[in-house]
Design a protein around this ligand. Structure first.
Ligand SMILES: [Zn+2]
Length: 264
């Protein structure tokens, strides 16, 4: 029951994240005005703006001009809802004040990450208005994590930034083209504030592995060409989600690998 409420809440927030993804690159306010059809400019009524349902009922078209609406809207709503439910199972949610604060912090971080990844996919750009508030938020919520606090959050910020700055310099030297931008460095730094030192290093490793596998696939299958930009932000976001939702399992697997496989 609680999980289904979290799911529906995730759909509603996902619908708002769609607005952010569409408006932040255009530098439009995310609060006003109400949503309009990008083609015919007609205002979208509340009953045509219900997550998932409206999209299915209208068969993915504007009610007025019948322009096709990107399935991305539906996908973002579903991904947000699924991630919120995963966060609910991973971090729990009770009536205790601290548990509510932790849950709200987790879904806020998830929301930032979804918006950053989707905007980067669309525009190949990571906006300061998204990564700077995420870093500040990460430093603030570090007081909720036992044994962390703002100083260690800051250390995580510097570690994440340093690792990706090195990768950026390295890829510039080797490939003679900008493989990683300053946006990626700022994003990795921001994730360090809540992942912590160990977490941000695991995230870096995961995102580089995922990035290499998926870019190789895109290049080899001819979906992308050598000079096409492949945004790296989504891989940092993916790595961050994995560490947040399954970080302890990865660390355990690491210990297992060290103690049983290497030693034997
Ligand atoms: Zn329309």
């Amino acid at each position: 029951m609680a999980a289904s409420i979290v799911f529906v809440f995730g759909l509603l927030i996902g619908s708002f994240l769609n607005v952010c993804i569409y408006r932040i690159p255009k530098n439009i306010s995310i609060v006003f005005p109400n949503s309009h059809c990008p083609k015919c400019k007609k205002e979208i009524k509340w009953y045509d703006n219900i997550p998932v349902l409206s999209y299915l009922l209208l068969l993915g078209k504007c009610r007025n001009c019948k322009t096709k609406i990107s399935p991305r809207y539906l996908i973002v709503e579903l991904i947000t809802a699924i991630l919120f439910v995963s966060g609910f199972y991973r971090f729990g949610l009770s009536r205790e004040f601290i548990s509510i604060l932790v849950f709200i912090s987790v879904i806020t971080i998830f929301s930032f990450l979804i918006v950053i990844a989707l905007i980067d996919l669309k525009t190949q750009y990571i906006y300061d208005v998204t990564v700077i508030p995420l870093a500040i938020f990460g430093i603030c919520v570090s007081v909720l994590i036992p044994g962390r606090g703002p100083l260690l959050a800051l250390a995580g910020y510097l570690a994440g930034g340093a690792v990706f700055l090195l990768i950026a310099i390295f890829s510039l030297a080797v490939y003679k083209q900008e493989g990683m931008g300053m946006g990626d460095v700022k994003l990795a730094a921001a994730t360090g504030t809540f992942l912590g030192l160990q977490g941000v290093l695991i995230m870096s490793l995961l995102s580089v592995i995922l990035g290499s596998i998926i870019s190789s696939y895109l290049l080899l299958s001819g979906r992308k060409h050598r000079m096409d930009p492949i945004p790296f932000g989504p891989f940092i976001v993916l790595g961050t989600f994995i560490v947040m939702l399954a970080g302890d399992k990865i660390i355990l697997a690491g210990y297992y690998f060290q103690n049983f496989i290497i030693k034997n």
